[in-house]
Ligand binder design. Structure first.
Ligand SMILES: [Zn+2]
Length: 425
C-alpha cells in the first residue's frame, strides 16, 4: 500500500499510530505486558510498515483478558457496548465520551459516503438497545448529519410499511434478509414498493455482494423487484468503525484517520490486493479500549486503486467468510456464506440451518437442516441434484419443519438469527 495516492493518509496514520503506541504502553495493562514480554520498544515503531514487528492481538486475548484492555478509570466510561457473541463469549467494549464522539464522526462519514444528507429521513430497522453499538452509531451519526430519524426497531413488516406510508423516509437501515421480508409483505398486501418514498438502503450485518462486487443472491432478489440503491457496510464492535460503500458499490471505503487495516495470511504477512486475507485492525483515536493489530477473524480482500467516486481510500470486499468457520469438506474449502447463498438460490428451500460437525476421524461433515417447499420425492431429488451440481460434493440433508427450525435457532442467544451451527470438536 505504498502508492502515492495513499501517502497523505499514511502521514496522518503514522502520526496517530505513534500516539497510540505511547498511549497503550502507558495505560493498557494488556499491551504493557505484551510489549515487555516481546521486548517491544514502541519508540522504534515509526511507520505503518514497522507495524509488522508488533505481535497481533486475538479474539481470545480480548475474551479472556477483557478488563486488561481498558485504558481509563471506570468513571470515564459512558457506554458499555458488547459484541454479539456469534463466536464464543461476548466481549465488552467500553466507550468514553471521546470514543462516542469518534463513533459519531465515523457513522457521519459513513452516511456521507453513502450519499446521505440533511434532507434525508432514515427509518432505522434495528435495535438501539441490548448493548448494540451500531444502533447508537447510526443514531448519533444521523444526528450529526442533520437527517431525520425514525427509530422503529427490527421486525414487524406491517408497522414498517405503515410508518413508511405516514412519515415518508427516503432511506432505510436494515438487514438485507429483512428487506426481503418487507418486499414479501408488500407483495402480499398490494403495496407498490416502487412508488414508496424509500430510494436507498444501508445494508447491515449480511453480504449483498460477491467478492467481485456483483450482487449475490440476496442483493439480486432485492434489486430485481425494488428499484433502490443498496449500500453495503462492514463493521464490528471491536473496531468501532465502519467500512461503507459509495454509490459505485465497489467495496467499503476505509476511514484512514480512524483505522489502520491490514489483511494477513496464515503467517501474519500482508497479502497483495485482490487476495483473501484476515482483516486485522488497529484503532486510531480510541481512548477507552484501543486495539493494536487485532485479528477480527473475518476474511476479505482489499483494493487500493482509486474508486469511481474519486476517493482514494482503501476498499474492502464483502466478508468472504470467518476464519474459524472455514470448512474443509471432502477436499474443498468452504465458508458458510457461500453455502447460505447457494441454499437461498434454491426455490424449493424455504429456510435452512447449516450444521458442521466432526466425524469419527476428525474431518468436517456438513449437515443441512432444510425446510422444503413440500415433502415429495421430486422436491427432494431437485434439492439434492442442485447441491451436487454446485458443490460437487454431497452434504448430508435433513428435512425439518419451520417449528423445528425455530426451536433450533431459539437455543442460541445472540442478536442475530443463527443460520450456522458449528459443532466441531
Ligand atoms: Zn467510492
Amino acid at each position: 500500500m505504498s502508492s502515492s495516492t495513499l501517502d497523505s493518509f499514511a502521514i496522518v496514520q503514522e502520526q496517530k499510530l505513534k500516539q497510540l503506541l505511547q498511549y497503550v504502553n502507558q495505560h493498557s495493562p494488556f499491551y504493557k505486558e505484551l510489549f515487555a514480554k516481546n521486548a517491544v520498544d514502541v519508540s522504534k515503531i515509526e511507520t505503518i510498515a514497522n507495524l509488522s514487528a508488533l505481535p497481533t492481538t486475538t479474539k481470545e486475548d480480548l475474551q479472556q483478558r477483557n478488563g486488561d484492555f481498558l485504558c481509563v478509570d471506570s468513571d470515564k466510561i459512558i457506554e458499555y457496548a458488547s459484541t454479539s457473541g456469534t463466536l464464543g463469549s461476548p466481549v465488552t467494549i467500553a466507550l468514553t465520551e471521546s470514543d462516542l464522539r469518534r463513533l459519531t464522526l465515523n457513522e457521519y462519514n459513513s452516511f456521507v459516503c453513502a450519499d446521505g444528507s440533511a434532507s434525508d429521513i432514515y427509518q432505522l430497522m434495528l435495535t438501539l438497545d441490548r448493548q448494540f453499538m451500531a444502533g447508537i452509531a447510526y443514531y448519533s451519526g444521523l444526528r450529526k448529519l442533520g437527517a431525520g430519524i425514525i427509530r422503529l426497531g427490527p421486525g414487524v413488516p406491517s408497522l414498517q410499511w405503515e410508518t413508511i406510508g405516514r412519515l415518508k423516509p427516503t432511506g432505510i437501515v436494515a438487514v438485507p434478509s429483512f428487506i426481503l421480508k418487507l418486499i414479501q409483505f408488500a407483495r402480499d398486501n398490494n403495496i407498490d414498493i416502487n412508488r414508496s418514498s424509500v430510494k436507498k438502503a444501508i445494508c447491515i450485518g449480511e453480504n449483498i455482494r460477491n467478492a467481485d462486487f456483483s450482487y449475490n443472491i440476496l442483493g439480486k432478489k432485492i434489486t430485481e423487484v425494488w428499484d433502490i440503491q443498496l449500500y453495503s457496510t462492514y463493521a464490528s464492535t471491536e473496531m468501532q468503525t465502519a467500512f461503507t460503500e459509495c454509490s459505485a458499490g465497489n467495496g467499503g471505503h476505509l476511514q484512514p484517520d480512524l483505522l489502520i487495516v491490514e489483511l494477513l495470511d496464515d503467517h501474519d504477512q500482508q497479502v497483495p490486493p485482490n487476495t483473501p486475507g484476515e482483516v486485522t485492525i488497529t484503532t486510531l483515536g480510541v481512548e477507552g479500549m484501543p486495539l493494536l493489530r487485532y485479528k477480527t477473524g473475518d476474511i476479505c480482500m482489499y483494493f487500493d486503486d482509486a474508486c469511481a467516486c474519486g476517493r482514494t481510500s482503501l476498499r474492502l470486499s464483502s466478508v468472504i467468510g470467518r476464519k474459524r468457520q472455514m470448512i474443509k469438506f471432502k477436499g474443498t474449502t468452504l465458508y458458510p456464506p457461500a453455502l447460505f447463498d447457494l441454499l437461498t438460490e434454491i426455490e424449493d428451500v424455504l429456510d435452512f440451518v447449516v450444521e458442521v460437525y466432526s466425524n469419527e476421524i476428525g474431518m468436517d461433515e456438513v449437515l443441512l437442516h432444510i425446510v422444503p417447499f413440500n415433502t415429495t420425492k421430486a422436491c427432494d431429488n431437485g434439492i439434492r441434484a442442485y447441491l451436487q451440481a454446485r458443490l460437487r460434493v454431497s452434504p448430508h440433508v435433513e428435512y425439518i419443519t419451520y417449528e423445528q427450525l425455530k426451536k433450533m435457532q431459539d437455543q442460541e442467544t445472540g442478536r442475530k438469527i443463527t443460520k450456522f451451527f458449528d459443532k466441531r470438536i
